[in-house]
Design a protein around this ligand. Structure first.
Ligand SMILES: *Cc1c(COP(=O)(O)O)cnc(C)c1O
Length: 436
């Protein structure tokens, strides 16, 4: 008789897991305080005292900058709008090339296109899953303007080598830190090493304000340009006496007073939330390391901190005798979802499909690809372009979120039991031919 739930056996655990919910009384009180003032936003899109927003916006930004030890923080209404702002601020023009990771949320790669820039994909490192420095260097041309680094899953990218490449070729470095708030690379917070760092405060992330984002930098000029792009630059450049009008078309990318009041409380909770997450990862790693078909991600180098937005695990199908997808489907069947939002257990197969395989790149859809300034030789989105990213996506990697704060030791042990049960009964998953 079948033991595994996917074959009709009993499920390892039936009760739902605790929800990941970071919103508490502190946020409620902070929101009420703002509501009582009647002033839900104080931004003015003009050269005026309120050009930089109201008291909660400013307090949130100054606390964020202080927490990371960086000179400036500018709030924006998403990481996506932060990436757009960054591309504008660094002066991306049609035909400029930006080296990006194919193994990231889509917004990281799409950002250059807004200004006619061309995303050029570099392959990833099979251990960190971040862009591999040697692949970055191989993609540099005379039109390369910037490297957009993603600290994917919270693992810091190899910033020493990337900064050295940038210096050698005179390139700007932007860090997408959406999954890595308070991650560190050799003692420095990510988002403070390159020219600009961009964080996300959407509801999937470690901390959130519903939607939101933060740009960080030590560069006064870039921050000035970000502040203008966030808030109707065109109204401000005249009175402010700005001469370089490149990309000085403004958006409304502003956060509200309510969101920033929530953000202040969320930021205060981040260190404890992160510590609990790392403890849960350590616990799971200890218990999962006995399964030889699973390859856990090694700790980053000394002084570096991984923030585990998700917990990535590589699956060895040769050792297991079954393929990854069969394994993950069986694992999903053993475990319930959590209470909040989820309709299935939070386990993902392969993370995102390498972005250049999306229709927008395959069909070169958009004016940037066809602009006369674009070098057609650099517009290469051929399948096979980034073999490691493709292998991770299609065959090797899976991720889960059972290390979220709020999980008890018993909850974590149930997750381990599900893995154990599958490995104990793995023959049930092998095809008839391979079993014989
Ligand atoms: C979530 C995420 C984004 C987009 O963030 P938003 O705030 O939703 O715009 C960008 N990059 C990465 C790596 C992300 O994880």
């Amino acid at each position: 008789m079948a033991k595994l739930a996917i074959n009709g056996g009993d499920i390892t655990r039936t009760t739902l897991f605790p929800a990941y919910n970071t919103i508490g009384q502190e946020e409620k009180d902070a929101v009420m305080k703002v509501l009582e003032t009647g002033n839900l936003s104080q931004f003015l899109g003009a050269y005026h005292n309120d050009f930089l927003g109201g008291p909660n916006v400013r307090e949130f930004e100054s606390k964020w900058a202080k927490a990371l030890g960086v000179k400036h923080a500018v709030s924006v209404n998403s990481n996506t709008s932060g990436l757009f702002t960054a591309m504008g601020a660094i002066g991306i023009q049609p035909g400029d090339e930006v080296i990006v990771s194919p193994y990231s949320m889509s917004a990281s790669a799409i950002a250059p296109l807004l200004y006619g820039g061309i995303p050029v994909f570099a392959d990833i490192d099979p251990v960190t899953f971040c862009m591999a420095p040697e692949s970055i260097e191989s993609r540099i041309t005379s039109r390369t303007k910037a490297i957009l680094v993603v600290h994917i899953f919270g693992h810091p990218a190899n910033m020493d080598l990337i900064m050295a490449i940038a210096k050698k070729h005179n390139l700007i470095v932007i860090e997408d830190c959406a999954q890595a708030p308070m991650a560190k690379y050799k003692g420095k917070y990510v988002g403070t090493i390159g020219d600009l760092g961009i964080f996300s405060l959407n509801y999937h992330k470690h901390i959130h304000t519903g939607e939101g984002g933060v740009i960080t930098s030590n560069n006064d000029d870039l921050i000035d340009r970000c502040q203008m792009i966030r808030n109707h630059a065109e109204n401000v450049v005249g009175p402010k006496g700005i001469e370089d009008l490149t990309n000085m078309i403004g958006f409304n990318f502003r956060m509200t007073e309510i969101e920033c009041a929530i953000g202040i409380q969320q930021l205060a909770k981040l260190p404890d939330l992160l510590a609990e997450r790392l403890e849960n990862v350590a616990f799971l790693n200890e218990h999962l390391s006995k399964f030889s078909a699973l390859e856990l991600q090694p700790h980053p180098e000394k002084g570096s901190v991984h923030t585990y937005y998700v917990h990535p695990i590589k699956f060895n199908k040769e050792i297991a005798g079954i393929d990854r997808d069969t394994f993950v489907n069986a694992l999903k069947a053993e475990l319930p979802s959590a209470i909040l939002r989820e309709t299935a257990p939070l386990i993902g197969m392969g993370y995102v499909k390498p972005l250049y395989l999306q229709p927008i790149y395959q069909q070169r859809a958009g004016w940037a690809f066809n602009h006369p300034a674009a070098d057609q030789k650099s517009i290469n989105y051929t399948p096979g372009l980034c073999p490691i990213a493709e292998k991770m996506h299609f065959e090797v990697l899976f991720t889960h979120e059972f290390m979220r704060p709020g999980m008890s030791t018993e909850d974590l042990l149930d997750v381990v039991s599900a893995f154990q049960k599958i490995f104990d009964n793995i023959d049930e998953l092998k095809s008839v031919e391979t079993r014989a």
